[in-house]
Design a binder for this molecule. Sequence first.
Ligand code: PSV
Ligand code: MN
Ligand code: MN
Length: 426
Amino acid sequence: MKINKENIESVNKKVAENHLNQFDFLANSLDQKNIDVDKLVSELSDFQVAIPSWALGAGGTRFGRFSFYGEPSSLEQKIEDVGVIHSLTQTAGAISLHIPWDVPEDYNAIKELAAENDLIFDAVNSNTFQDQKNAKESYKFGSLSNVNKPPREQAIAHNIEVVEIGKKLGSKSLTVWLADGSNFPGQNNFQTALKHTEDSLKEIYKNLPEDWKMFIEYKPYEPNFYSTVIQDWGTSFMLANACGEKAYTLVDLGHHLPNTNIEQIVSTLMLKGKLGGFHFNDSKYGDDDSTVGSVKPYSLFLIFNELVYGMRNNPQNPYPAWMIDASHNVKDPLEDLVQSLEAIQEAYAKALLVNQDELKQAQLNNDVVLAQELLQDAYRTDVRPLLAQARLARGGALNPIQAYRSLDVRRSLIEERGRHTVASGL
Ligand code: PSV
Ligand code: MN
Ligand code: MN
């Protein structure tokens, strides 16, 4: 299933007039505030978010999974699905692979297919949280942190192999998420587990190419329920510093205990030049992996406010790698990802509207009320016409969900792939 420019133009026609009216109205009101609308539109057009290869099928829980008709069952089909999302939204120009779920058979063919779909390969993700078929060692009691050397060595070798695979695809970063931890008090010696993890990460780091980055993800609990070795940003930051300048912390929005001030974490990491990557999702309770912006859109905006501030004021921090890390138990995965992308762009656009100079002045004057007014004025602006304009500028759909439905994409996918498909991966 491939969507071409003509398909998109034909659906855009139906909503073009309405869009133009809304865009003109918004552009005029932003003009009056001396906001450069063209610059805003081009900043939004440039903002690209990677789609993980494991998010294209229906997600599930430990209680079960309800599959979605027409899911992709090969890497090729996953790339095609991201291609569909990207052609509609023009904001998903990258795919992030999980190894060994998505090891390409024919690298050249896979690279060609990605290029045809206007996609690049973002971070490659290692997997030491599952035992692989025919693996000599088990990760039941940990991988990089395991008390025994053989499983640690196997996990290190796996990560090095993932880098090799990524090199062949043109990826430039490795993301390490560890499930390592303990389920019961007394099971692990915290210091030993952390020390092993640090030593193992340093081994992997030694094998990182010069122009690569290593992202270290943290998570407070799950799948282990008493302790996680890399439980929080501080631990990740410490490990990244111990490894070296190519190692960074990765913030996944779902990996915090309730009410954690994530925007402050973002700000601290950027000040220290150590925010490498970002996984978007939303949650009510924990690592729910819900659609971005579906539960706490204002928090997302506050996080973006810090990201924008950091991108403008912290040259010591590299441009972060953006990825969606969400799942969808009951929605069409492609529609869900489109909704997430829209929410990300919306929060970004609103953060770009914050008048940073006035905010700084309000802070200097301790004018708390004005500071809040400035943030909320930006947040309350309906920026959707800006997003649509940014998509239009790159040949995308004015309304991607409506386009997806009127082009009957899911029906075509089912016709191509059948009703009873099994997505590989999670
Ligand atoms: C598990 O919590 C997780 O969602 C992490 O966020 C990783 O990024 C992802 O799985 C893939 O390994
Ligand atoms: Mn993640
Ligand atoms: Mn997660």
